[in-house]
Design a protein around this ligand. Structure first.
Ligand SMILES: Nc1ncnc2c1ncn2[C@@H]1O[C@H](COP(=O)(O)OP(=O)(O)OP(=O)(O)O)[C@@H](O)[C@H]1O
Length: 770
């Protein structure tokens, strides 16, 4: 790139920055005025409305005047918020106004236009000339989709085609161009090399300057209702998801807000890791939750619930338990499509018989027997869906409660309850009757009337629980219906069904749910009582989707019936016992095939090509590594188990000389705790647990399943001996751990190395003895 070109580009940067400074100054002044406006409107709110409630007409006028004033206030507040957002965007532009340029000659035009692309738009005072285009603007997609030559982009008015004459990339820091390249379709290997070569961070970074073509298609897709992205480790699935949220918020800014989008993430650590990306792009964060907290919320506080990490610990760590094989089979069965069908079949049959109800008790007597409720239920037309039939039953019961209530007011127990009433209640009733008495002037009437009101009040209060439980269908015994599933033979070929049944019944009777039971139970409950649907959510994002069972998908689908879905996962990283490829297939059955769009990302960006060349053989994955070089992974043999700690400590110290974040990724919580206890006196290490809400740089000791979705400069796997990673079905776990490493990967073992590494060619790693 010649000096002249560089000089011209720097002059343009200087010019844009000078305009940014002017705009910033104007905006700050305006912001001051708007703020004063907002404060004044708030202060003078009641002075500026005339309150007169003398008659209906005056009251209506008062109401209109309050409404007008409130609208004025919310409009000023909205303007204030908007201006603050703009000011924030200007701050960012001042540092680095843009990262790309294309010169585009639209078909039929004689001059090409230079389009500069940055994180937000910046337009001249007239609003006619774009100094910078937002990366999400329709024209900006040219930058991500094409190299120099023919190109086209879609706009709401149709497709615009033309010729890209120039395509350049910039790195601008503090207003100075640091690098400038002419590039092809793959947005600058040079820039990607630089970005990916940086050290990791406890916060994920946005990728808008280097979005790749296949990622851009995911980010901007607007067609399907279900977008499924299968992508290899480090292919940018999470990044694409987050930039997609930013894109949707921009594209539908008049109709979509951040709280109408929900993202299900694998754990709280991941939630905190990704939480800075959207604010960095000038957008608010979407709602974020884990499926676990969602389940807990739905189940209510009466139940204890095992979480998915405890289930995982059991699966990884309790192989000696005599019930182990049965539990594993139970987890698989209860997450399977076969079990959904089994439950659906049961639900169908419940239409004509088999519903289990509970008596409704009032003051220790049966108010409505389960037999009576059952009779009411089954006399309703069978073609009516079960939740609607329950609703009809509940209406009938409530009607009868009303009749019962009137009768009950005459009972003796009511007198005793009246005596126990608070003085405030008695006074209130007394005053009420006193007011009425002025019209009647009858002392006898007053006593009778007070008693009448107090009786009504006492009975109403006592019946409140009954009414609530009727309206909430608490007369339905979902737990017993669920447990009935475990009385029948599900599959004659299943080895452990009797044990699965007895454990399930035992646990649930103790009011404890194993993780694998919660979703089927809630699914059954929802199907019977009607799901508490959320119609506000317009987009559901599910990251690490390979870890969801078909049941969990079916359940989430019921919860958000109106939402569009973006689901991202990698079959090779399915680490849970229930995981199988059929999850995605089930998900697809929940949508019409015309509504589904699928993408397959093969290129990995996170790790050096040496790490990928080694790790891919653990699961025989087909991955294209990004061309970034580093050291080969090291497989290090130590003398014995005792020496492992010493060697680990040495390796950590060496890694800390070059890297900011070194993660020691263990298989289980117990292994992590043991290492932490052995190391923390000598080294500054941090133990990550399922409740950790974030991490800083330094040395982290972390169990495998909590490292999902995150990345570290250097990863050390402290023990890949054959005694630890022995089973074939743990290869995905080992692969997932290895692919958390960006620049350096080391694996330690004693005695013999895990058979899971036997497929890695000897040329793909370095052997070392410590
Ligand atoms: N186009 C890109 N430009 C720059 N960096 C990128 C790009 N795509 C991905 N990356 C980087 O690659 C790393 C992996 O990305 P991300 O975590 O989104 O991948 P993933 O597919 O969700 O990974 P995994 O499934 O292994 O958790 C991140 O550091 C991300 O910033």
């Amino acid at each position: 790139m010649n000096k002249k070109e560089w000089k011209e580009e720097q002059e343009r940067v200087d010019f844009v920055l000078s305009e940014v400074i002017v705009r910033e100054h104007d905006l700050k002044e305006k912001l001051g005025d708007v703020k004063t406006d907002v404060i004044n409107i708030r202060k003078n709110f009641w002075e500026d409305v005339t309150v007169n409630l003398d008659n209906a007409e005056e009251a209506a006028e008062t109401f209109a005047s309050i409404k007008q004033q409130a609208e004025l206030m919310s409009e000023s507040e909205r303007r204030h918020k908007h201006d603050i957002k703009q000011l924030n965007n200007l701050h960012k532009l001042k540092h680095s106004p843009y990262f790309g340029r294309i010169d585009f000659l639209e078909n039929g035009e004689s001059n090409s236009e230079s389009i500069y692309i940055g994180t937000s738009s910046f337009v001249d005072q007239t609003g006619m000339e774009f100094y910078v285009y937002d990366w999400r603007a329709p024209i900006s997609s040219l930058y991500y989709d094409y190299g120099v030559g023919a190109g086209q982009y879609d706009t709401p008015m149709g497709t615009i085609a033309g010729d890209i004459k120039v395509k350049k990339q910039f790195i601008i820091k503090n207003g100075k161009i640091q690098h400038m390249f002419h590039t092809g379709i793959t947005i600058g290997d040079e820039l990607l090399q630089e970005v990916l070569g940086n050290q990791s961070n406890s916060e994920m970074k946005n990728i808008v300057a280097t979005i790749q073509k296949e990622q851009n298609q995911i980010i901007r897709n607007e067609k399907g209702r279900l977008l499924i992205v299968q992508g290899v480790a480090g292919s940018g699935k999470t990044s694409a998801a987050l930039q997609r949220v930013a894109y949707l918020l921009y594209r539908y800014r008049d109709t979509l807000s951040a709280d109408e989008i929900v993202l299900f993430s694998p754990n709280p650590l991941f939630t905190s890791y990704i939480s800075t990306v959207l604010p960095e792009l000038g957008e608010e964060n979407m709602q974020q939750t884990t499926f676990q907290s969602y389940l807990q919320h739905r189940l209510g506080s009466n139940w204890r619930l095992e979480d998915q990490f405890d289930q995982m610990e059991y699966v990884l760590h309790r192989k000696e338990d005599p019930q182990y094989a049965a539990r594993i089979e139970g987890i698989k069965v209860k997450s399977s499509i076969q079990f959904i069908n089994y439950i659906d079949h049961l639900i169908d049959s419940l239409s004509s018989s088999g519903m289990i109800f509970k008596d409704i008790i009032f003051r220790e007597d049966t108010l409505f027997s389960k037999a009576k409720i059952e009779k009411y239920f089954y006399r309703i037309d069978r073609t009516i869906p079960i939740p609607n039939r329950l609703h009809i039953v509940s209406e009938q019961l409530l009607k009868e409660v009303r009749a019962f209530e009137l009768n009950e007011q005459k009972q003796e127990w009511v007198d005793r309850e009246i005596e126990l009433l608070d003085i405030e209640v008695l006074t209130k009733v007394h005053n009420k009757v006193e007011k009425e008495k002025q019209k009647e002037s009858d002392v006898f009437y007053q006593y009778e009337r007070e008693q009448e009101l107090l009786r009504a009040l006492v009975v109403k209060r006592k019946l409140k629980r009954v009414r609530d439980s009727i309206s909430q269908f608490r007369f339905l015994d979902v737990t017993s219906i669920y447990l009935n599933l475990f009385k029948k033979e599900l599959n004659e070929f299943m080895t452990h069904w009797p044990e699965i049944c007895s454990t399930t019944v035992e646990q649930i009777k103790e009011k404890f749910f194993l993780y694998e039971d919660v979703t089927p139970y809630l699914y059954l409950k929802g199907k019977l009582e009607g799901f508490q649907i959320n119609t506000l959510i317009k987009h559901v994002f599910i990251d690490e989707a390979q870890d969801y069972s078909p049941f969990q998908f079916a359940f989430i689908r019921q919860m958000f019936p109106r939402a569009k879905w973006t689901v991202l996962g990698d079959f090779n990283q399915s680490i849970y016992a229930h995981s199988n490829t059929s999850s995605f297939l089930t998900l697809e059955t929940l949508f019409l095939s015309s509504e589904i769009i699928k993408y397959d990302l093969k290129q990995s960006y996170r790790s050096t090509s040496q790490i990928i060349e080694f790790a891919k053989h653990i699961v025989q994955a087909s991955i294209e590594p990004f061309n970034r070089n580093g050291e080969k992974p090291k497989v290090i043999k130590v003398k014995d188990k005792k020496d492992l700690i010493l060697a680990l400590s040495r390796r950590i110290k060496i890694k800390l000389e070059s890297y900011g974040t070194v993660a020691v990724i263990c298989k289980t919580k117990a292994e992590s705790e043991t290492l932490f206890n052995a190391l923390h006196k000598e080294l500054d290490v941090r133990l990550i647990t399922k409740d950790s809400a974030g991490f800083d740089s330094g040395v982290l000791i972390i169990p495998s399943y909590l490292a999902k979705g995150v990345e570290f400069d250097a990863v050390i796997i402290p023990n890949v001996s054959s005694s630890i990673y022995a089973n074939k079905n743990e290869s995905k776990l080992l692969y997932t751990i290895c692919t958390r490493a960006m620049h350096s990967l080391e694996l330690l073992y004693h005695d013999t190395v895990s058979p899971l590494l036997l497929n890695c060619p000897s040329t793909s790693f370095e052997k070392q003895i410590e």
